[in-house]
Design a protein around this ligand. Structure first.
Ligand code: ZN
Length: 186
């Protein structure tokens, strides 16, 4: 099932997600639907709040970046209850976009390496280090489950410049190839 993607302006995107507990109803179906929703929108990551579920879960498929980093060809993963243990390295700019904020892309500064503790779809624990684009996608998606968006990391000046566009998005005045859900649509 393809979910509509929650657009900027919906309070669910500002909320910190709840832990996912063992026995969460139909988690396998939800994960499958999240991948389907992400692929339909041509995204490389999707967090549960973006389909209106305030829980600590996101999915990633970084294979579109395999041209830049060949090992990403098979980087398809489910992250449950992820915790960023540590971020390191000299911060670098990467041009980020977000399915919840269509048609806006900005360079965002973040660390290049992240040490992540998380559970997979079978609730097995992992602690793993990610670098480069993989780390970047994880950091962006992890922000979502913390109720944060990439635009929150821009300068006040940059955000002010984007305000008109953001207001339009929240009201549904934006074209997308995928279905969206607008909180402020009259
Ligand atoms: Zn996003």
């Amino acid at each position: 099932m393809i979910y509509p993607i929650v657009a900027y302006g919906d309070p669910v995107l500002k909320k910190r997600g709840e832990e996912v507990t063992v026995g969460y109803p139909k988690l396998d179906v939800l994960v499958k639907d999240m991948f389907e929703t992400m692929y339909n929108a041509k995204g490389v990551g999707l967090a549960a709040p973006q389909i209106g579920k305030s829980i600590r879960l996101f999915v990633v498929d970084a294979s579109p970046f395999a041209e830049d980093e060949p090992e990403l060809k098979t980087f398809v993963k489910v992250f449950i209850n992820p915790v960023i243990v540590e971020e390191e390295g000299e911060e670098w700019y990467f041009n980020e976009g977000c399915l919840s904020i269509p048609q806006i892309r900005e360079d965002v500064l973040r660390n290049p390496s992240v040490l992540l503790r998380y559970q997979d779809e079978n609730f097995n624990f992992h602690e793993e280090k990610f670098h480069g684009i993989a780390a970047r996608i994880i950091q962006h998606e992890h922000d979502h489950i913390e109720g944060k968006l990439f635009i929150d990391r821009l300068s006040v000046f940059k955000r002010r410049l984007l305000q008109g566009k953001l207001t339009d998005i929240s009201k549904g005045k934006v074209e997308t190839t995928y279905k969206m859900r607008f909180y402020n649509k009259k």
